[in-house]
Ligand binder design. Structure first.
Ligand code: ITT
Length: 194
């Protein structure tokens, strides 16, 4: 039997890896940075999703042969002029603390009538330290006023995608993965690679 082509994800976010793995199915063998303890920690010093995605994909692809894929993503809220945006993972003051991030978002949105928001995902494919292509996916939606649901991660309990009346955290993985920002970017990645 022929072995699957390998795709290395430039992430240590287990939720991203699980979603990407589920969406990719048996088309690629998907590994992430947690499988390679020697990979460096890449500092996200960019001010756009693309800059950060590029830093991650190019940085990790200098350490290993083959295709490396990064995902830089976040939530943009219209009433907050696009915040938390690129700083989504540390919005509550502590990197990767989803409870604090959600608490801050609820606080900032307390008196806001305009609840429109979107998730954005930018992915970069790199080899040998050089970007080969980048892709972007968006899902529009609105924010609710309290946490709903236990699925997904991050801001999922606060975000209702357009066309639905439940949050991503209530809708569950298969619906989220059929329409998320991440799935829309990943579809383009897969089309490019295949
Ligand atoms: P890596 O850099 O290692 O990939 P990270 O979690 O730091 O992992 P980002 O810098 O791209 O990744 O920040 C993404 C943040 O955006 C994440 O922590 C969540 O707060 C939010 N986010 C992104 N996609 C999301 C999703 O599908 N559902 C909920 N929140 C999401």
């Amino acid at each position: 039997m022929q072995s699957l082509p390998r795709l290395i994800l430039a992430t240590r976010n287990a939720h991203k890896t699980a979603e990407i793995r589920a969406m990719i199915g048996d088309r690629f063998e998907v590994l992430d940075a947690t499988a390679f303890p020697d990979f460096p920690e890449i500092e996200e010093t960019g001010t756009t999703f693309l800059e950060n995605a590029r830093l991650k994909a190019e940085g990790i692809s200098r350490c290993i042969d083959g295709w490396v894929l990064s995902d830089d993503s976040g939530l943009e809220v219209d009433a907050l002029s696009g915040a938390p945006g690129v700083w989504s993972s540390s919005y509550g003051g502590e990197e990767g603390n989803h409870a604090k991030n959600n608490a801050r978002l609820l606080h900032e949105m307390a008196d806001q009538q305009d609840r429109r928001a979107r998730f954005r995902c930018t992915m970069v494919l790199a080899r040998g330290g050089v970007e080969q292509a980048h892709f972007s996916g968006i899902v529009e939606g609105k924010l609710v006023e309290s946490l709903h649901g236990t699925g997904g991660f991050g801001y999922d309990p606060l975000f209702i995608p357009e066309g639905y009346d439940q949050t991503f955290a209530e809708l569950g993985d298969s619906i989220k993965n059929s329409l998320s920002h991440r799935s829309r970017a990943l579809d383009q990645v897969v089309a490019y690679l295949l």
